[in-house]
Design a protein. Structure first.
Length: 95
């Protein structure tokens, strides 16, 4: 008797979905920038997406960055202050 080989169809791996703190629109994790609260206080941009600490996600476009700054959305989400350097880096990332 001949053995039949069955191919198992693998599902395409789905990307995690996160919500932008400024516009509240869901997007794939790779489409957003993660800002993380450090253990010692303060915030930093997490380019790897794997840094330890409380994280918040934000679209890297100028409109979302400005909304987040005006509404203090990152400060509220991270429960810490976000320095001007972080905002400047986010704007540089956008361009």
């Amino acid at each position: 008797m001949r053995r039949e080989m069955f191919r198992v169809a693998l599902k395409p791996r789905s990307e995690p979905v996160r919500t932008c703190v400024a516009c509240r629109v869901e997007a794939g994790k790779r489409a957003l920038v993660r800002i993380v609260r450090r253990a010692g206080g303060g915030a930093a941009i997490d380019r790897t997406g794997h840094a330890a600490g409380r994280g918040a996600y934000l679209h890297a476009d100028a409109a979302c960055i400005e909304i987040a700054r005006k509404r203090k959305a990152l400060e509220r989400a991270l429960k810490t202050t976000v320095t001007q350097n972080i905002w400047d880096d986010l704007i540089k990332t956008n361009t």
